[in-house]
Every structure is written in C-alpha cells, then in structure tokens.
Design a protein around this ligand. Sequence first.
Ligand SMILES: *Cc1c(COP(=O)(O)O)cnc(C)c1O
Length: 408
Amino acid sequence: MTIELSSARIEALVEQWRSESAEPICAYVYDLQALHRHVRRMRELLPEGCELYYAAKANAEPPVLRTLAPWVDGFEAASGGELRWLHQHQPGQPLLFGGPGKLDSELAQAVALPNCSLHVESLGELERLARIAAQAQRSVPVFLRMNIAVPGIGDTRLMMGGKPTPFGMDEHDLPQALAFLREHPVLRLEGFHFHLMSHQRDADMQLQLVEAYLDTLARWQREHGVEARVLNAGGGFGVDYAEPAASFDWARFCHGLRALLARRGPSPRLRFEPGRYVSVSCGWYVMEVLDIKRSHGQYFAVARGGTHHFRTPPAQGHDHPFRVLRGARPAQLKDEQVTLVGQLCTPKDVLAREQPIEALAVGDCLLFPLAGAYAWNISHQNFLMHPAPRMAFLEAGEQGDLAEMRAA
Ligand SMILES: *Cc1c(COP(=O)(O)O)cnc(C)c1O
C-alpha cells in the first residue's frame, strides 16, 4: 500500500463550478472520502499495540482532523497555537506537544490539559517544565526527544540525527536528564522520542531505523536502568511527488514491523506520528488558465492563484505534477513545452517548468495533486493581497454522490 490518486471527484466538482459561474476558478479541494480510505487502510495494516498519531502541522483543517479522528490515537502539536487549535477542534483526543522554543506560557497551557504528553527538547526546557508542573501541582507525562547518530542508515541528506540541530538532546546529556527526573517526580518519564528522518521512501530502511531505536532503548536500560513504556519513532514517511506509487510502502513496512516485533519479544509500545504521508493525497490545488503567452521562445500559462497559495513546488524545489482539465475552447497550443505560473510579480512564482502539454487553452483548469500536506498552510498567503482560494471539502454523500462542504 502506498499513495493512490483519483481526480474523478475533483473534476466533477470543477465542472459543477464552471456551470455555476464564469469567474475563473482558484481552489483547494480536499477529498475526505479518499482521506478516510487512506487512513483506515493505514490503521488496519498497523500491528496491534502500535499507535498512530497525526502531526497536525501537515494540515490542521477541521474537516481533515474530524475525518482522521476515529482512526488515530491522537494528534501531535508543534506549537502552543496548534495545541489550542487541536484541543478546541478535537476535545478529549490525546495530544503530544513537541518542538523547540516552547514558551513558559505554552508549557503551562500543555500542563493544564488533561491528556497531553510533552516532548522535551533540552535540559533547560526540562527544568522549566518541572517548575511549571510543580506550580500547577500536576503530574506530567514526558518524553525525552533524543538526537542520536544511527550510522549506515539511509541517505545522509535526509538524516537529521547525529548532526547539530535545535531538535532534541544529545546522548551525552541523558545521565543528567535522568538524574534531574529522579529528583523531580512531578515529571513522569513515559519514554523517548526520535524524529531523525524526513522524506523516507524506503520501508526496509525505516525498519532498520526502528530496530536501531529499540536497540538503543535496550542499551539505555542496561546502562542507566531507565525503562521506557513507549517509543515514539516519529514521522517522516516519504512521498514521491513525481511518481506517487513509488512513495513509502506502508504495507511493506507494517508487515516487516510485525515480524520484527515478534522476533524481538517484549518491547516498548511503538508510536508513529506522520503528517505528510497521511494527508498529502487528499488535497488538490486547482487553477484556471487566464493567459497563454510566448516569451523569448518559451510558452507560459498564467493561471489564477500561485505560490502564495501553494508554496509546495518551490519549497520542495520540484516541478509539481499536474493534470489538465480541458474547458470548452479549442486548443491554443498543442504538444508544446509550457511553464505553469501564477499571478505574482516575481519570477519565482513557478509551479512547474517546461512541461510537455498535449493541448491547452485559456479557461482550462490545472489540477495539482498531492496538495493536502504542507501546501496552503506553508504559503505566504498575504503576499500581493490576492484573495484566498476557494476551500472545498468533498464528503461522501448519502448515496455516495458529491456533497461540497464549505470550510467553517
Ligand atoms: C514535522 C514532524 C513530524 C511529521 O513529519 P512528516 O514528514 O510530515 O511525517 C513528526 N514529528 C515531528 C517531531 C515533526 O517535527
């Protein structure tokens, strides 16, 4: 099982919009039925006893959270703002609060929540948290986020562990952290948190990484007498934007995980907290072509919207894949290389460069898939004061037909 895409429901909605108004289209469409199918499959494949959290920074739109909620064990927040948002939209769901640079006020906010564990990123943060928890007279579940080197695993460009970063503590600091925790029982050590890889597309490599984490915890138990109840092995499961089927193979990973856990015997409970891999495939960014022009020998299609709505292509440094949904007009160009741009007055507003296109006319729509994670919410939305895109959430209707729900 990996990433699957179907644009049929998106195309049907765009056709409906076209019949209703002549205003050029610019929209995000989220297919909640596809999201539901995907997360349910992820859950079903995960071995029993393993936990699935969703990293809300990938996409925290309330309908997305609502669709995921029945299938996840909880949500991960990376700021006080996300924590408040998650508590408001998914009250009662278990929460994890991680990330560097937490304010005292944010720590206090997390401590006051009944169902929130904290991922502690430094010794200084541990001390502040102990003080705040003692003041609030609350026992707080904590994880130590560790930055360890795992030699020989994966593409080193994707590996954040074992290098200087603002994330987590060095192994060198562990004895001091454990001594501090023994003196401050108001903090309950639940386990350790690792998030060392991003864009990991190799399931076998990820299994080796999980095994290395388990070995590390076993060693820490021998060396420091520390017992971890839970191992949070992070997120970072990778998506291949150019070839979605070559994305991380969740089925293969879960199959291997089952075998690994059976082989090792009693282990800490495993927890994962992916973002991108969960929500990326439910979102589509749709732009209507406003102008087609030739500039110094190259074709450009200028479409409504741009990277101020959809920063993913420049953020990833790639040409984003797309599909053309032809409108009523005869083709203005055929079998040409076309660069797809938005409405911004900057040459950086490019979504895909010199792409082969069979046929294109003004009024056609460009459908960009894989826009459900790190897309709208990472974009510089106010730049040039263009209006926001239309936001649509496609539910599964009563008889399986389309029902559009506007964002709250
Ligand atoms: C961003 C982040 C995640 C989610 O990463 P994805 O690549 O979206 O899966 C999980 N854990 C932590 C600590 C993160 O910072």
